[in-house]
Design a protein around this ligand. Structure first.
Ligand code: TXA
Ligand code: MG
Length: 330
């Protein structure tokens, strides 16, 4: 797409990877694809470099950042110890879309962890891991979007938000939703639902549970935050989004609002013969993959209408993102 022609977007090859690693070592920002979403990275051990992330994103300083490592040796540079439960999860899910909150070493600047005694760490898979390995330093990287916007799943999304940052273009990301964040102390809890499901985690640690209440109840009352980042409004779409809990209310609303754009499972498209449709696929995996791009859509349409999915497996993650993106839930 257009992003290819942008000067700051670079297809991935040996040269661009080396340049990205050199930039990270020099204390500059680099955006790169992970298996979940694109990240905006900086050397996690360089406070000045990390400060650039907060400035570029307009990120509140009380929202800590995930540190990406390429191997266990690098992990030991940032965390004090690895409890047995964390070890079991790492064996199963690393490299991959699982972030663990562990006690931090003093080498990690408190800016990265927003003053907490813990640090969130993950070992990504593929290009992101190659880049961290090449850089030779742990990389702090939140999602590469301006704070409050949907996470980027293509290089073009990143370039939209950051026209001047060096971006490695690895095509659309595999999962399309962020990593699952799990805390181990003081109790074992899922702080953010993500690409690894609760069910998958329970096969390894049967006692693991979600943090509980979603950010907003149906009546709109705020629930207490589970993880610093989860209290902020997130994923603001390009226009108002209404989330429908029942198919029948979506169908009725759509009939009365023919200019609205319906985000719906492909299999339900037939319900909206006169409507603009943005088909998301049918399986939870397909829906998760296309969800953030749909929230950034530039297609015509007055508002976005979305339908709830069952809250199991990846459906829990999809619902979490839809609820945060929604202007209204009916
Ligand atoms: O898939 C992902 O996780 C992507 C890619 C780039 O790795 N990153 C990402 O980062 O989604 P970000 O900053 O958008 O979300 C990180 C989440 C936030 O909710 C933040 O509050 C939480 O992790 N977090 C970070 N450090 C934490 C800590 N020490 N304790 C509790 N929560 C933490
Ligand atoms: Mg984010």
């Amino acid at each position: 797409m257009a992003a290819r022609r942008r000067k700051n977007v670079h297809p991935i090859d040996t040269r661009s990877l080396r340049e990205a690693a050199a930039r990270l070592r020099r204390g500059e920002l680099v955006a790169f694809p992970t298996e979940t979403v694109y990240g905006l990275g900086a050397n996690a051990l360089d406070e000045k470099a990390v400060a650039k992330i907060f400035a570029a994103k307009g990120r509140p300083s009380d929202n800590p950042i995930i540190v990406h490592v390429s191997d266990r040796r690098m992990l030991r540079r940032v965390v004090k110890s690895v409890p047995a439960a964390a070890e079991a999860l790492m064996r199963k899910f690393w490299p991959g879309p699982l972030t663990l909150v562990l006690s931090k070493r003093s080498s990690v600047p408190s800016l990265v962890t927003a003053g907490l005694s813990t640090v969130a760490v993950r070992m990504p898979e593929g290009i992101a891991r190659d880049l961290v390995r090449l850089a030779g330093v742990p990389i702090a990287a939140p999602s590469a979007n301006v704070s409050g916007r949907p996470s980027p799943t293509t290089a073009a999304h990143v370039a939209e938000d950051f026209p001047d940052v060096f971006v490695l273009d690895g095509g659309p990301t595999a999962h399309g939703v962020e990593s699952t964040v799990v805390a181990l102390e003081p109790r074992l809890v899922i702080l953010r639902q993500g690409a690894v499901t609760e069910e998958q985690l329970r096969k390894i640690l049967p006692r693991v549970r979600g943090a509980g209440a979603p950010r907003r109840t149906r009546r709109g009352a705020p629930a207490p935050p589970a993880s610093p980042g989860t209290k902020y409004t997130h994923y603001a779409p390009t226009r108002p989004l209404i989330l429908f809990l029942r198919e029948s209310s979506l169908v009725a609303y759509a009939k009365a609002h023919p200019k609205a754009l319906v985000l719906c499972p492909t299999g339900l498209s037939f319900l909206f013969p006169k409507q603009r449709i943005l088909a998301l696929g049918d399986t939870p995996k397909e829906i998760a993959h296309g969800l953030f791009a749909a929230l950034r859509t530039r297609r015509r349409g007055s508002e976005l209408l979305a339908l709830a999915v069952p809250r199991r497996g990846l459906g829990r993650t999809i619902m979490d993102r839809l609820e945060r993106a929604a202007t209204r839930i009916v």
